[in-house]
Design a binder for this molecule. Structure first.
Ligand code: RBF
Length: 165
C-alpha cells in the first residue's frame, strides 16, 4: 500500500490563504529541526497567498509548552484562523518522551476544542535525530509544509461549515 505523504500534496487541492491570519508556535528544543519545519510552514503559507503580516510567530522553550503557547495566541489574537504548533521530541533513555508526547497531543486537542479553531499538530516524535532530519526537509518531506497545507484546508472547512449554519 502506498504510504500517504502529504509533502507530495496536490497543489490544485490547496485552498488560497488570502485573507487568513495564521499563528505559528515554535519550540526551541531541537531547533536544528524546528527551524526548517517552521521555514517550510512559512514558505508554504506565503506560496498560497497568506500575507507576511498575517503570519504571527511566537517561540516557546520546549514542546511541552506548545499547548500554553497555542492557548495564549488564540486568547490574545482574536483574528487568528488557526495555529500551527511545531516541535520535535526525540526518544531518550527516560520516560520523558512519553509524557511530553501524551501531554502535547491531548493538550493541543483541548485547545482546539476550547477555542473552536484548527490547531495543527506538527510535532515530530522520533526514535532518533536521523528520523527527525528525514522529516524536516529530508527524504520523508517536510512536516512543516504539511502542517501549513493542513491549516489552510481546515480553515476553509470551518468557514464553509459556518457559512451554512
Ligand atoms: N522538549 C522538546 O521539545 N523535545 C525534547 O526532545 C525534549 N526532551 C526533554 C527531555 C527531558 C529529560 C526534559 C526534562 C525536557 C525535555 N524537553 C524536550 C523540554 C520540555 O518540552 C519542556 O520544555 C520542559 O520540560 C519544561 O516544561
Amino acid at each position: 500500500m502506498k504510504k500517504t505523504n502529504l509533502s507530495d500534496y496536490d497543489p490544485s487541492q490547496v485552498p488560497s490563504g488570502n485573507g487568513y491570519t495564521i499563528g505559528i508556535v515554535i519550540a526551541e528544543w531541537n531547533s536544528e529541526i524546528t527551524t526548517p519545519l517552521a521555514d517550510g510552514a512559512i514558505e508554504t503559507l506565503k506560496k498560497y497567498h497568506v500575507d507576511n503580516q498575517d503570519i504571527r510567530i511566537v517561540h516557546v522553550p520546549g514542546s511541552f509548552e506548545l499547548t500554553t503557547g497555542a492557548d495564549l495566541m488564540l486568547k490574545n489574537i482574536p483574528s487568528l484562523d488557526a495555529v500551527i504548533c511545531i516541535g520535535c521530541v526525540i526518544q531518550g533513555e527516560t520516560r520523558h518522551f512519553d509524557f511530553i508526547c501524551e501531554a502535547v497531543s491531548q493538550g493541543l486537542t483541548n485547545v482546539a476544542l476550547k477555542h473552536e479553531k484548527p490547531v495543527i499538530f506538527s510535532l515530530l516524535t522520533t526514535n532518533n535525530m536521523q528520523q527527525a532530519i528525514d522529516r524536516a526537509g529530508g527524504k520523508h518531506g517536510n512536516k512543516g509544509v504539511e502542517g501549513a497545507v493542513t491549516a489552510l484546508k481546515m480553515i476553509k472547512l470551518q468557514k464553509e461549515l459556518e457559512k451554512n449554519s
